[in-house]
Design a protein around this ligand. Structure first.
Ligand code: SD4
Length: 335
């Protein structure tokens, strides 16, 4: 089924976001949007390139799960500007690039890898965990070993540029991973660390989601964020919708954020209102911390309506459907 109708109420145009991508149309959204399906939505500005990969699958009648994997692999492979996903991710405090990812399908199946090294495509390993093992999650060396056994290439991931940035950080930065504020940027914002979280609905109306990240830059070795945790960084219920998160994963885990968003949608909240309520709970529990960090949620419901909400301004998400392949929307925020 292609798009039935679309209601986008535009408020002020997001001029600063327009600069993020030449092809992107950046707009502030003031209501939920019914976009129908197939559709794919993804966090941050690099969601545009990920969506394009997913759209190749969705627009030809493919399955949402395949679209998620195809889309997430693009920033894992290519996004040399971000240093937050896959091959170009920044390392931990000790110089290891450790990757977190998970994936979930329309049947409630899920797979995940955490703190995995030397494999560039954690989203694909997460899918293999889901499909080829009786488990949900593999971590560290076990995840790498499994990936290699499945035929994936083991390689050094620390790029010369990431190594340089890490060495610079070692010289000056105090070790404080959650509050890793450099140059006035907030932890969890797009300058510090971003995750690509993706949600797709295919032509049959089935929902899948995935997320992939190198997590918090210069984190403690072994630190795992929300992105590979089902219910925190991602949750899909094919009867209701899906949600994913970005930002400081510790706060998302504490509030089981993505599960909460989906459960709120089950109770009748719109995607945007569900995301707003999940953000509100994070702020309510730790108001002072919340002022200093970014957390954002992105959600879609069974009808293809989508929405997002973040603690801080600056959160963006990308939308791709039959009408538009490169829409970039500015998420609303509390601050
Ligand atoms: C984490 N949530 O590891 C991820 C990183 C992220 O914007 O999304 N940053 O905590």
């Amino acid at each position: 089924m292609y798009n039935r109708r679309k209601f986008i109420k535009i408020s002020a145009a997001g001029a600063s976001l327009a600069a993020l991508s030449n092809s992107a149309v950046a707009k502030a959204i003031s209501s939920t949007t019914d976009a129908g399906f197939p559709i794919v939505i993804s966090t941050w500005d690099f969601g545009i390139i990920a969506n394009k990969g997913a759209w190749k699958v969705l627009s030809t009648g493919g399955r949402a799960l395949d679209a998620i994997e195809a889309g997430a692999r693009i920033p894992e492979e290519q996004d040399i500007s971000s240093h937050t996903v896959g091959r170009t991710g920044l390392p931990d405090r000790d110089g290891h690039v450790t990757l977190d990812s998970c994936i979930m399908d329309e049947n409630g199946n899920c797979g995940s890898v955490a703190a995995m090294e030397n494999i560039a495509h954690p989203i694909s390993v997460a899918r293999l965990v889901m499909e080829k093992t009786p488990h949900v999650m593999l971590v560290g060396e076990g995840a790498t070993q499994f990936a290699v056994e499945q035929g994936m290439k083991k390689e050094k991931l620390l790029t010369p540029e990431s190594e340089k940035l890490w060495k610079e950080w070692l010289k000056t930065a105090k070790y404080a991973p959650v509050m890793n504020i450099e140059n006035g940027k907030k932890p969890g914002d797009k300058y510090n660390h971003d995750t690509i979280g993706m949600l797709a609905i295919d032509a049959k109306g089935n929902i899948s989601g995935g997320c992939t990240t190198s997590g918090m830059a210069f984190k403690l070795h072994g630190r795992v964020g929300d992105s590979p945790i089902i219910g925190a960084g991602l949750y899909v219920d094919n009867e209701v919708g899906g949600a994913t998160s970005t930002g400081v994963g510790e706060e998302v885990i504490r509030n089981v954020g993505s599960f909460l968003v989906v459960e709120l949608m089950r109770q009748g909240y719109s995607p945007e209102d569900a995301c707003k309520e999940a953000v509100r709970r994070i702020i309510k529990k730790k108001p002072e911390t919340a002022k200093q960090i970014q957390v954002g949620f992105l959600a879609i419901n069974k009808k293809g309506e989508y929405g997002a909400y973040a603690i801080q301004s600056g959160f963006s998400f990308a939308v791709c459907n039959a009408q538009q392949q490169d829409l970039l929307i500015k998420g609303k925020s509390f601050y």
